[in-house]
Design a protein around this ligand. Sequence first.
Ligand code: ARG
Length: 428
Amino acid sequence: MAKSDKKRVVLAYSGGLDTSVVTRWLVERGWEVVCLNVDVGFLERDPGLEERALAAGAERLVVSDAKDTFARSFIFPAMMAGALYEGTYPLATALARPLIAKLLVDVARQEGATAVAHGCTGKGNDQVRFDVSTAALAPELQILAPVREWELTTRASEIVYARAHKIPINVSEDKSYSVDENLWGRSVEAGSLEDPWNEPQEDVWEWTKSIADAPDQPGYVEVGFEKGVPISLNGEQLDPVSLILRMHELAGAHGIGRMDMVENRLVGIKSREVYEAPAAVALMEAHRGLESITLGKQQLRLKHRLMQDYADLIYDGLWFTAHHQDLASFTRSMQRHVSGDVRLRLHKGVATVVGRRSPNSLYQLSLATYDEGDMYDVSAAPGFIQIWGLPVRVQANVQLLKQPGGPFDIDGIPATESPATTESPPIT
Ligand code: ARG
């Protein structure tokens, strides 16, 4: 590869106003810019993308289709871990950032670049995710974030700059909201959403039907899982990307996957964002349904405690860390028996598990039934209760029954008087 004496940078390029202006801004400061456009799903095929990158001053445009890697190595592991930030957001945007950072580093090395660049602002989480991931993977690379430092602080000033530099931009695009989309979900903020009292207007939603327009009849879908990974829909084996896209259509048509939240950003700001993630919501529900029969009680308890940690590390830009490796190993191990099928009902905004089965099911009809064929040994129950309740009886007798008013004088409800005995019966 012929190399000039200019320094080279690889820029994460979407083709929008910000990254087009960033391209020229870097060129003006003496950089040779290679634009990298990463397809993590729902990227509109934009035939003018390369032309726009070149017109903005890029040396060339590299396009990377990362959908399959995104689904296999980022989305499914997060799904299996049950990762939902603050209990709600399935982390679509947050999950894509470390992958894009990895690809920036790969291309930087191929191209002999000494820096990578992105178009993130200084107020968001994404700058942290890009910078921390890049530093973990390639400490030798410089990281440039022009939007964080330049003088173009408003969209209008960026448009003026673009016009002055003859950068072709599509200013007709509606910019009242800031939108980020990928296979796992769609994130929408700004505009009228900045007032958390404002109900999201119908125009924020693009992937999901409103409840009013969703069909009156429920739809059903059967999801097959192998070791926690979804592998089929209605018995048809599908590759990860096709499976997510198929579920996206099915669940979105029933109005499933709308979320409206005020979240705590890593950089200390509370922000209001709405999300649409029909496939994520439906698949995570199905996965939970299968775990309920294939994981033991303690496994489920531990998973519940750890899924919040998993969500936080994704949100907080800590993908390339030893902590993540540990949690991922745990998740993989815990999923080894999570194989089987789940039947979901999709109806008016809700995905409900209505059936689950697995060759590894811990649900035993012979133990659970109240009908014929009961194998549960009822005669063992009193002995179990005798031992289980022993410490309760000791404590009640030694401490609680001697309290004035008895042990359970709650909220003014008079307790039954303890017998006025000084001698406690022996505890057996
Ligand atoms: N708040 C989400 C996150 O930090 C999404 C950020 C991007 N949102 C957007 N509308 N551009 O992961």
